[in-house]
Every structure is written in C-alpha cells, then in structure tokens.
Design a protein around this ligand. Structure first.
Ligand code: 13P
Length: 257
C-alpha cells in the first residue's frame, strides 16, 4: 500500500442541468457512509453551470466532496467569448480542473501546448490540474501506446512547476476504453501507470513522482474498480458514465466496503 491518498472523481461531461446536478449529489451523499470518505478524496466534475449550485450544497450540508471543473481558459480574463477562467472557478471553491481530456483533444483540437497552458493557469491560481493522457486504439494496436502517452505527458507538462506531489494529478485514459465498455485490463492499466510514474520521475525526480497520484479512466464500473485499485501504481479513477448514477458512483467510491 502506498501512502498516496486515492482520488475518485466523476467526470459528468455534458450531462445534467443544475437542478439534476443537485439531486445527483444529494443522492450520492445519501448512499455514502462516513468511512467511504476516509483516506480517499471524492470529487465531482459537473458542467460549469452546475458548479455554483453544488458549491452551495456542499457548503450547507458540509459534504466531504470536492469540486472539479472539466475545462478552463488559460488566460485570467479578456475578450474570449464563451470561455471560463481559472479565477472564476477558484471563486466557486473548485479544487481540480480536468485538462486535456481526450474529448477536448479530439473534438476541440486541443494540443499538448494548449493543455500545458491551461494546466499552468490552473496551478497559478492554486488549483490542481487533472492532466489526461491516453492512446487511441490504432496506436495501441501498432504497439505505440507508450510512445504516444509519454509524448503527450512531456508536451502537456511543459512549463509546469511540480515541486509538490499534490500539485498535479495525472489521469491515464486509454481513448478506446472511454464510453465503450472496454476497460483496459488491470495489468495493462498498471503497466502504463507505472510507465507514467517512471517518466514523471525523469521530469521531477523519483521521490516526488513516487508520491504523485495517477488515476485510471475508461469504463470504470462497480464491477471492475476493485481490481483496478489493487494495482500498485493506480491511485484512483476518473469515472465518466458510471458517475451519472448515484448508486453506481457510490459503489465505486465505496469499493473498499
Ligand atoms: P467512461 O467512464 O464513460 O468510459 O468515461 C471515462 C472518461 O472519459 C472520464 O473522464
């Protein structure tokens, strides 16, 4: 067992309006026991428009649930119609910002340089990036998964300060496993997470890398969370579809019961 505090986060993507979001978090809190929060972090990443409502709910009910955003703009303010800045997120008690999710890379053209700029902005304001990397199916089949992930990691970490292992969370999300029901085998996920940790070691030193958290994401469900979490280099999960069900997400968070 490592002394890294696991982090289980739900990435809701573009699902749930703010009223549904409140209900989802209320139900999640109902399903979770005090012990489920002990020794691990539980985070929800709703759409921007639900952040304020959930912030209020977390505060008023004193819920030990953290708040994450799914994206941000790298600048603090300016003429960027439709964008949301990190200072705005900070005011909503957001602690984590997902940077470089594969959907943003593939559908919105985000490059490693864009991801790095966003992650730097997140750090500048004292929040933590959850930096996503992962290969597509063709790259894995061609035996290029490690090369692709290492290259994404290097590019996306450009200019980031990592003198504290808690400054950043990495999420390994093989693209072929996202929303497909295909999960990487625990062995494959472990192998890549160990590779990521070794690469982080090159960048920040092995001591800090050993204390950094690396999540796995891609069709994480109540039925596979235990095996994934049992892997020595997997320190949590970034959960998509299953985080939209309060029952399933509670089972995932409560996998140690
Ligand atoms: P699924 O859990 O739906 O596969 O999504 C994973 C993901 O993209 C989390 O960021």
């Amino acid at each position: 067992m490592s002394d890294r505090t696991p982090i289980i986060a739900g990435n809701w993507k573009m699902h749930r309006d703010h009223l549904e979001a409140i209900q989802l978090v209320q139900k999640l809190a109902y399903h979770l026991n005090e012990v489920d929060y002990e020794g691990q972090e539980v985070v929800v990443c709703p759409p921007f428009v639900a952040l304020r409502s959930i912030q209020t709910l977390i505060q008023s009910d004193k819920l030990p649930i953290g708040l994450g955003a799914q994206n941000c703009h790298p600048e603090d303010e300016g003429a960027f119609t439709g964008e949301i800045s990190v200072p705005m997120l900070a005011r909503l008690d957001v602690s984590y910002v997902i940077c470089g999710h594969s959907e943003r890379r593939a559908l919105f053209g985000e490059t490693d340089a864009d991801v790095a700029a966003k992650a730097r902005a997140v750090q500048r304001h004292g929040l933590r990036p959850v930096l996503c990397v992962g290969e597509v199916k063709e790259e894995r089949e061609a035996g290029r998964a490690v090369e692709v992930v290492v290259s994404q990691l290097r590019g996306s970490l450009d200019g980031l300060t990592i003198d504290d292992p808690d400054a950043l969370v990495i999420a390994y999300e093989p693209v072929w496993a996202i929303g497909t029901g295909l999960t990487a085998t625990p062995d494959d996920a472990q192998e890549m997470c160990a590779t990521i940790r070794a690469e982080l070691g090159e960048r920040v030193g092995s001591q800090i890398a050993a204390a950094m958290r690396i999540q796995y994401g891609g069709s994480v469900k109540p039925g596979n969370i235990r095996q994934l979490m049992a892997q020595p280099d997997i320190d949590g999960a970034l959960v998509g579809g299953a985080s939209l069900s309060s029952e399933d997400f509670a089972l995932i968070v409560g996998h140690r019961r």
